[in-house]
Design a binder for this molecule. Structure first.
Ligand SMILES: [Zn+2]
Ligand SMILES: [Zn+2]
Length: 123
């Protein structure tokens, strides 16, 4: 995969923090008039396919984050939409069911929804 300037910019935005970002959010964070949404989508897809990025689908929107050694999932506050990384405990279960059903797992996804501490205090 060729690393163009635009691709590098998209990756840099995602590397800044652990908050997963949608294509829309990324476009707003990169101040480049030459960059458009379909390029962002295509780039995220390409990164996802080679394993550089992981994604979580929340309310039908894909959120991307950099895949690191410590694979994780997210807990999402339905009030403020903040995302909290959580450790993954699914690998064991996934291995188990894959063997049972002779299923070849390519990836998995899990998101926990709720209300964060800060939002609970405001209620
Ligand atoms: Zn919240
Ligand atoms: Zn996992």
């Amino acid at each position: 995969m060729r690393m163009t300037h635009q691709r590098q910019m998209i990756l840099d935005v995602l590397k800044k923090d652990y908050q997963p970002k949608s294509a829309d959010m990324i476009l707003h964070l990169i101040h480049d008039p030459k960059l458009n949404l379909s390029t962002v989508y295509r780039t995220l897809d390409a990164f996802f396919n080679v394993g550089i990025l992981s994604k979580s689908t929340i309310d039908n929107i894909n959120y991307y984050y950099v895949t690191d050694h410590k694979h994780h999932h997210y807990m999402v506050c339905t009030q403020c939409k903040k995302m909290f990384p959580i450790d993954c405990h699914l690998d064991e279960i996934a291995k188990d069911v894959a063997e049972k059903h002779e299923f070849k797992i390519t990836h998995h996804d899990m998101t926990i929804y709720g209300i964060c501490k800060e939002c609970q205090l405001k209620m």
